[in-house]
Design a protein around this ligand. Structure first.
Ligand SMILES: Nc1ncnc2c1ncn2[C@@H]1O[C@H](COP(=O)(O)OP(=O)(O)OP(=O)(O)O)[C@@H](O)[C@H]1O
Length: 653
């Protein structure tokens, strides 16, 4: 027990935020709103601690949550869309109302479910609460206030709140334990915690979400089976819990799960709420077991609020409004049928939305919003510095690359197979006329096709992008730290691929200049990978990215000075010759190979290597300059990649 207390103390000491935590005395002076929370929390805490042998109880206690009341007033969101006018048949541009003056309040210890039919506005409302809607985008109009303990939400919101999105975005090669360890290392300031304390925090969250049994199971991907859907969902929640957020926002936490898994997750969320977390989740159609967990319920349809209040009062409310819920039926199913305007039998949405404001429940909401909040929270930003972030992200990126078969192993095998074929095809080249052709075509193939194969990594970069987006939107780290870490940690794998490829190509064929060949291939692959990063950051789907990458590389191959020598390239394509990094890569391979060849045997056209270079407009082109240009491309493309992430990938829509 003493050990458990020490563990809890350590947990509290590593709290990421400093809040004014209400004392018992302060709590007793709180408004009538608060005792409901504190008593409930206390009872729940005591119940959990009574069975103190359970690891879960201690873990819950160690999750010391600071109370935050989240409220929103009159959130209205219009989007400009074009549609066909049903009367005239002409297309017209209209302002579509996605959210129509939505208000609500959730207090610590409460779990709010935002329900409604598909397209009702649930995700938009959650995004609006979380500040994930960009009000400055063209064609959008957004108004209304979101308040944290009565104060306008500001940029410290990401320190108090965590958002768990619907799609899983986790790095696939890591186990639950490793994923949580990285989350703790990134989110908990190292200046205020020891490594041991961060590990303890991670372990506690693992206990809280019941993930102990799969502690050593990997997330999994197309190559390897890993966690189940329910476990993935819980891990997605767990990584955001590691910094003890006071507010937890979840978009469809049960989507795609069977009813047992859904019930299990909602049970965990309900526990978290009872411990003081303010929980808001969207949910499409909760089964009755899940419905039982909700304290508050909000029903949306066509962006309008049909009900906001205690879940337990909703059946009575709709009965009063003329829609009695049939006995023995799941209230959530009944409400969804009322709100779903796609099918027959729905309620009069406008009448319900207008009527709500005049009913006692609507007036209680308005009164709750007007009342001052008694508990205070003063979050201030406390994050790790650039170097600490760089160190952790580099560590994570290194092992992610090394263990992700799609990023390293599969590519290494592809390169080994292809380069072995090249080696055997061009075995022991001599100095005859046909060998001149063989050397040139081989170097073109290496410069063009080995670079082209970097397209294969794109789908994995798209998966990585989703992880980055989630983490950045939740304020995990700075973009430059992420870009630099991923860039630096891609280098060892690319060097191994380049070295193995060079060994398999240069040694069997007897090409010249092993060292320069290796450096040229390595830098070309680094530039190619940087280009793929840029492509991955701009395309909506990996298939479009592969098509785009293939098209650009195909064009660069055409322009690199082999298919047509530089002087013969038409003027309208000559820019392609200059911008393609393939040009510099191919030229460096050629100069490295031919500059040292003093003669050819029986070759009337080319007396020596220099004559070949002259024919290809490559004479007097120092290799080092081309290598510097390729390195410049790699760095420049990484800078473009970082700028795109910084400016366009803020997690707002
Ligand atoms: N930027 C936008 N431009 C046009 N329409 C939009 C935009 N954002 C949201 N919408 C529309 O607003 C409506 C609400 O979308 P939202 O994703 O919030 O619904 P939802 O209730 O979460 O649905 P689901 O349960 O299917 O996820 C939909 O009809 C959607 O097409």
């Amino acid at each position: 027990m003493a050990e458990a207390h020490a563990r809890m103390q350590a947990e509290l000491a590593t709290s990421n935020l400093s809040y004014s935590i209400p004392t018992n005395e302060a709590q007793s002076q709180m408004s009538p709103e608060i005792p409901q929370y504190t008593q409930m929390q206390e009872v729940h805490r005591n119940n959990l601690l009574r069975g103190a042998s359970s690891a879960n109880s201690l873990a819950y206690k160690a999750l010391h949550i600071n109370p935050v009341t989240l409220s929103w007033k009159d959130l209205t969101y219009d989007v400009r869309v074009s549609r066909k006018n049903p009367q005239t048949g002409q297309s017209e541009v209209i302002d579509k109302r996605i959210l129509d003056s939505i208000s609500g309040i959730v207090r610590p210890g409460e779990m709010l479910a935002i329900c409604g039919p598909s397209g009702g506005g649930k995700t938009t409302l959650l995004d609006a609460i979380a500040g994930r809607i960009d009000p400055n985008r063209k064609g959008r109009k957004f108004s209304g206030d979101v308040l944290v303990n009565g104060y306008p939400r500001d940029d410290t919101f990401s320190m108090v709140a965590s958002y768990v999105q619907q799609e899983y975005a986790l790095q696939t090669p890591f186990t639950v334990k490793e994923t949580m360890a990285y989350a703790a290392d990134l989110l908990i300031p190292h200046s205020e915690s020891t490594r041991e304390e961060r590990r303890m925090r991670a372990e506690n969250v693992i206990h809280v979400l019941g993930l102990d049994s799969c502690n050593n199971t990997i997330v999994g991907d197309v190559f390897r089976k890993g966690l189940s859907g329910g476990q993935l969902r819980r891990l997605s929640i767990a990584v955001e819990l590691v910094r003890n957020p006071s507010i937890l926002l979840l978009d469809e936490p049960t989507s795609g799960l069977d009813s047992a898994a859904a019930e299990n997750i909602m049970g965990h969320l309900s526990h978290l709420a009872k411990m003081g977390t303010t929980v808001v989740c969207t949910i499409h159609q909760p089964p009755s077991e899940v419905w039982a967990n909700f304290d508050k319920f909000c029903l949306l349809s066509q962006g309008k609020c049909l009900y906001f209040g205690a879940a337990s009062d909703s059946v009575d409310y709709f009965g009063r409004m003329g829609y009695p819920c049939p006995g023995l039926s799941n209230p959530a199913d009944f409400f969804l049928r009322l709100a779903n305007t796609d099918f027959e039998g729905h309620a009069d949405i406008q009448a319900l939305a207008t009527g709500f404001k005049t009913q006692p429940e609507g007036m209680a909401l308005a009164a709750g919003l007007a009342r001052p909040i008694d508990h205070q929270v003063h979050p201030h930003k406390k994050t790790n510095g650039f170097l600490v972030q760089l160190m952790i992200l580099s560590h994570r990126a290194f092992f992610n690359n090394a263990r992700n078969p799609g990023i390293f192993l599969v590519r290494l095998i592809m390169y080994i197979m292809l380069c072995a074929m090249i080696g055997f095809m061009f075995w022991d080249l001599q100095l005859g006329p046909s060998d001149i052709n063989s050397r040139i075509t081989m170097l073109f193939y290496v410069a063009a096709f080995l670079v082209f194969m970097s397209v294969a990594v794109l789908p994995f970069f798209i998966v990585e992008r989703a992880v980055f987006l989630r983490e950045r939107a939740n304020g995990w780290y700075m973009v430059p730290a992420y870009v630099l870490a991923t860039f630096l940690m891609s280098l060892p794998g690319l060097f191994i691929i380049s070295l193995v490829s060079t060994l398999l190509v240069v040694l069997p064929s007897g090409l010249n200049g092993f060292g320069v060949f290796l450096v040229d291939l390595f830098l070309s692959l680094v530039a190619a990978e940087a280009f793929m990063c840029v492509v991955a950051s701009v395309v909506p789907h990996y298939i479009i990215g592969i098509a785009l990458g293939a098209a650009v590389y195909g064009f660069f191959m055409l322009c690199e000075g082999f298919m047509k020598i530089k002087d013969d390239i038409p003027d309208y394509f000559i820019w392609g010759y200059y911008i393609a990094f393939h040009t510099y890569s191919f030229r460096a391979f050629m100069v490295n190979e031919f500059e040292g060849i003093k003669y050819f045997v029986n070759s009337p056209q080319f007396a020596d290597g220099k004559a070949v270079l002259k024919f290809y407009n490559m004479e007097d082109k120092p290799v080092w300059k081309d290598l510097v240009v390729i390195a410049g491309y790699a760095i420049g493309l990484q800078l473009i990649f970082g700028t795109i992430l910084q400016v366009f990938h803020k997690g707002k829509r």
